[in-house]
Design a protein around this ligand. Structure first.
Ligand SMILES: C=C(OP(=O)(O)O)C(=O)O
Ligand SMILES: [Mg+2]
Length: 403
């Protein structure tokens, strides 16, 4: 394998119009990889640190780039990522920024794939990866931190669990997105879109459940396969620690009431997926809910686990959740993200590979989902930065990805 010759870092725009870090890696043999960091809005308290873009770039240039150039073999992803951690010297990438770290880590993987002449998922997943493809969870109605004056629950996600192919699943989610628009129009509800391209109408959650139920059932009949739906409650954003209650638009719920509420929703709407139904510190609440509904649905930890093996280990010990969201920028490197997937799978937790609300055209997570055999990917429904990943999945399924 060939060594890294140069690492170039620059500022580009993300989908919110904020700056983010893009990394280019060139190898001594002429291989090339380019990747960009995404960015969250409803970020977890325990995530690796995203620095201001120019600070992250300046610090990575000073501390990480000299250790990588001419020194590290690009195909040795663990060494690339160890070098990033050593250059940073903290637990949470607060020195060089998780935004610089993840862009470099992903760019190195792409450069290695380029040198091998293999698609990225093949390099990351290996020759005996199997040929399963993830079901895309598509955000079609949303609010929370992603849109003002919309639903309290952050994401209502179409889940085409019966789709015969990735392509059918992607098209079904787009059809649900469009059906939601029609239903809202019939009800005389105007709607703009939130950060991820989901509709962000000024309706309460009860109405959103009705709209989703109708939309997935109509599209399911049309497409001829099962489509359910799920939620990202992003409950840490609505939890008031002082009052110990969850704040909805026009009412509050205690932790026990929140658990009952979510369990009832799982039953009433046959929810396929529930992400962050409780606060990011509430392992016990997650465990209680998992006890109640874990046989029927995925109870996924995003802000709870932050793609971190230590937090996931605690969750496994306590029986909190049965699924983990995997966001490489929450932890800073691909190696750490792979470790989290591995620990999850060993313990019967389903990994769900995920985008962030602020995204770029980068398609690494599509390859990561296929490489790790993840059963689900959450990467939006419409909008260029979302369809970049979805269309890449379609290409991967057809074995025509050139990355
Ligand atoms: C994608 C999400 O949003 P953000 O990137 O804002 O954390 C999420 O909470 O799952
Ligand atoms: Mg989330």
């Amino acid at each position: 394998m060939t060594r890294i010759e140069s690492v170039r870092l620059r500022q580009i725009l993300d989908s919110r119009g904020n700056t983010t870090v893009e990394a280019d890696i060139l190898t001594e043999s002429g291989g090339f990889g380019r990747a960009a960091a995404p960015s969250g809005a409803s970020t977890g308290e325990y995530e690796a640190i995203e620095l201001d873009t120019s600070e992250a770039i300046a610090s990575a240039r000073e501390h990480a780039v000299p250790r990588l150039e001419g020194a590290v073999y690009v195909g040795d992803q663990r060494d690339v990522d160890r070098t990033l951690r050593a250059a940073d010297g903290t637990d949470n990438f607060s020195e060089i920024g998780a935004n610089s770290a993840v862009a470099i880590s992903m760019a190195a993987a792409k450069a290695a794939a380029d040198v091998l002449g293999a698609p990225l998922y093949q390099h990351l997943g290996g020759a005996f990866r199997g040929d399963n493809y993830p079901i895309p969870l598509g955000n079609v109605i949303g609010g929370g931190e992603h849109a003002a004056d919309a639903t309290a629950i952050q994401e209502f996600l179409s889940a085409p669990v019966g789709a015969p192919s990735v392509q059918d699943a992607v098209f079904a989610n787009a059809a649900v997105h469009s059906e939601v628009a029609d239903i809202l129009a019939e009800r005389g509800v105007p709607s703009a879109k939130g950060d991820e391209g989901a509709w962000a109408p000024s309706i309460d959650d009860d109405d959103a459940f009705e709209v989703m139920d109708e939309a997935v059932s109509t599209v399911s009949d049309e497409f001829g396969f099962e489509i359910r739906f799920g939620l990202d409650v992003a409950a840490a954003e609505m939890y008031d620690a002082d009052a110990d209650e969850y704040q909805y638009r026009d009412r509050t719920r205690s932790t026990d009431e929140q658990i009952e509420y979510i369990a009832d929703l799982v039953d009433e709407y046959d929810l396929a997926y529930v992400e962050d139904p409780l606060d990011e510190n509430d392992y016990e609440g997650f465990a209680k809910l998992t006890d109640k509904v874990g046989e029927k649905t995925l109870v996924c930890g995003d802000d709870l686990f932050v793609t971190n093996v230590e937090r996931l280990s605690e969750g496994i010990e306590k029986g909190a959740g049965n699924s983990i969201l995997i966001k490489p920028n929450q932890i800073g490197t691909l190696s750490d993200a792979f470790d989290a997937v591995e620990l999850a799978v060993e313990n019967g937790y389903d990994p769900v590979i995920s985008h962030r609300s602020g995204e770029t055209e980068d398609t690494t997570i599509a390859h990561l989902a296929v490489a790790t055999d993840a059963p689900f990917i959450k990467t939006g429904t419409v909008g260029g930065e979302r369809t970049a990943k979805l269309n890449e999945l379609i290409r991967i399924e057809q074995n025509v990805s050139r990355l």
